[in-house]
Structures are given as structure tokens and as C-alpha cells.
Design a protein around this ligand. Structure first.
Ligand code: HEC
Length: 126
């Protein structure tokens, strides 16, 4: 392959990567705002700090109901869910539909972009 084909390809890849990295950073910052506005009243992002709800530090990839000193509902404790991008997205749109009987009295985040940003932020809490 002649060299002049390689250069535009490499450049295009570099640009794509830069744009992707920026979009990601922006999502996390937007997600932190969503967290502060919608979750922070009941959840902290610090390890071991439970409020009305359990600490969400390291929540991504955690099994439901695992914070030892938090008093969960049976519904949450026995949900059998592991919190990942897929389950968090389904949960946060309507918590009481995925986990009927949960004591998390939060109606849900209907905006898919807000949920994606928020979950990107939650993934940084580790
Ligand atoms: C009104 C208070 C309140 C708000 C607002 C709230 N939560 Fe909760 N959350 C709780 C409570 C209480 C629980 C425990 C539920 C149970 O035991 O049934 C909980 C549980 C959870 C769990 C399960 C944790 C685990 O260890 O299994 C996740 C994940 C979660 N909340 C995420 C969020 C996110 C993200 C937001 C913001 C969009 C949010 N919550 C908003 C009160 C709240």
C-alpha cells in the first residue's frame, strides 16, 4: 500500500479518538451534575458514608444489597442483580419496576442521555 494512503487514515483515527475522549469527559461532568441534583440528597459518593440510601462508592459491578451496615429492604437485598451499565439503566428509569418493593422512593430518570451520563460518572467512583 502506498504511503500516502496511510497518512489520512492515521490522522482520521487520531481525530476520532480525540473526539471520543472529549465526549466521555463531558459525559462524566454532566453525570456528576445529575448525581448532585437527583441522587445526592440520599446517596453519597464516598466509601462507607450512608445517608437515607447506601453509599454509591464502587456501586458499578457490585451485587445489590452488599453494604454491610446499611439496612436494605428485602426487595433490594434479594434482587439478585449486579449493578452494571445495563441493570443500572433499567433500574434508574423506574426503580420500582425493576425492584418492586424497594424503599428507594425515587420516581426515575426518564432522559436516556442523563442516565448514560450519570452511569458514566458512577463508574468513576472507585
Ligand atoms: C429519596 C432518596 C433517594 C434518592 C433521591 C435516590 N435513592 Fe437510590 N436508594 C435509596 C434507598 C433508601 C435505597 C435502598 C433501597 C432498598 O433497600 O430497598 C437506594 C438504593 C439504591 C441502589 C442500590 C444500591 C445497592 O447497594 O444495592 C442504587 C444503585 C441507587 N439507589 C442509585 C441511585 C441513583 C443513581 C440515584 C439518582 C438518580 C438515586 N439512587 C436516588 C434512596 C434514594
Amino acid at each position: 500500500m502506498p504511503g500516502y494512503w496511510v497518512t489520512p487514515f492515521v490522522l482520521a483515527s487520531a481525530i476520532t479518538l480525540t473526539v471520543a475522549a472529549r465526549a466521555q469527559a463531558q459525559d462524566v461532568a454532566a453525570g456528576e451534575k445529575v448525581f448532585k441534583n437527583s441522587c445526592g440528597i440520599c446517596h453519597s459518593a464516598q466509601p462507607g458514608r450512608n445517608l437515607v440510601g447506601p453509599s454509591l462508592f464502587k456501586v458499578v459491578d457490585r451485587q445489590s444489597g452488599q453494604i454491610p451496615d446499611f439496612h436494605y429492604s428485602d426487595a433490594n437485598k434479594n434482587s439478585g442483580l449486579t449493578w452494571n451499565v445495563t441493570t443500572l439503566d433499567r433500574y434508574l428509569v423506574a426503580p420500582r419496576e425493576l425492584v418492586p418493593g424497594t424503599k428507594m422512593t425515587f420516581p426515575g430518570l426518564k432522559d436516556p442521555k442523563q442516565r448514560a451520563d450519570l452511569i458514566a460518572y458512577l463508574a468513576t467512583l472507585r
